[in-house]
Design a protein around this ligand. Structure first.
Ligand code: AP5
Length: 217
């Protein structure tokens, strides 16, 4: 199954993707996580994307698309993938479409999480993430706390607030989402790929809605 998880920053894409891969046999590919790992390793991609991540701005299309296309072309993606954070511009969506067509592969669905801007700010201000680049597990101080404060339940490493979760940067990310990513909703709706779900409620409730959508694919 080849799926895209679409939604505003902080709508719970990463949280839900972690749960989906426990149930459905697909690979979770988060461009944000890939970039944060590259930054932690200070490799060539990491050095290029770091300033964009810090400002909450989009990495240029050519660079993101090259990274994603290279990744989904690998053998371990043959059984399917769940893209989280890509595509988020029309240019990226078109490039992905062209790549899949050339490889005689098809998308099975685009799952859109609906969450208001007000709730996004609340979620991102309380988000804590694991500092271990291979883990990057996500928590929330109020809605999804770790068992020990400041310590990851998954690997035991330290939890921090992401640099791009500062209020001003969050506002910038939301503005960019409205300008650059919202047009993709109509793009995929016209291709009969779009399925929307309510991203509010508990993590468990949202997860059940999302899995129900995936099961109808
Ligand atoms: P990326 O990491 O993709 O950031 P994002 O899309 O802004 O998404 P987030 O990771 O912030 O949020 P999420 O939806 O995964 O929410 P989460 O599950 O953590 O990208 C980072 C940066 O990389 C970008 O700004 C850009 O610079 C660059 N980039 C990446 N992809 C790119 C692309 N394609 N093109 C160009 N640049 C790109 O949940 C948020 C919080 O809410 C957590 O604390 C969680 O515990 C909590 N929560 C989750 N669900 C619930 C719930 N139901 N109720 C209450 N709290 C909840």
């Amino acid at each position: 199954m080849r799926l895209i998880l679409l939604g505003p920053p902080g709508s719970g894409k990463g949280t839900q993707a972690q749960r989906v891969v426990d149930t459905v046999s697909v690979l979770h590919l988060s461009t944000g996580a890939m970039f944060r790992q590259a930054v932690a390793e200070s490799n060539e991609v990491g050095l290029q994307v770091d300033p964009y991540l810090k400002r909450g701005e989009l990495v240029p299309d050519d660079l993101v698309t090259a990274v994603v296309v290279n990744r989904i072309d690998q053998d371990d993606c043959d059984s399917g993938f769940l893209l989280d954070g890509f595509p988020r511009t029309m240019g990226q969506a078109e490039a992905l479409g062209q790549f899949l067509e050339k490889s005689s592969k098809q998308l099975d669905g685009v799952l859109l999480s609906q969450v208001s801007d007000g709730e996004i700010v609340d979620r991102l201000s309380g988000r804590r993430v694991c500092t271990e680049p291979d883990c990057q597990k996500v928590f929330h101080i109020k809605y999804d706390p770790s068992q020990r404060e400041g310590v990851c339940d998954g690997c035991g490493n330290r939890l921090i607030q992401r640099e791009d979760d500062q209020q001003e940067t969050v506002r910038n990310r939301l503005r960019i989402y409205h300008e650059e990513t919202i047009p993709l909703i109509e793009y995929y709706r016209q291709r009969s790929l779009l399925k929307e779900f309510d991203g509010t409620g508990t993590v468990e409730q949202v997860g059940q809605r999302l899995l129900a959508l995936i099961e109808t694919k």
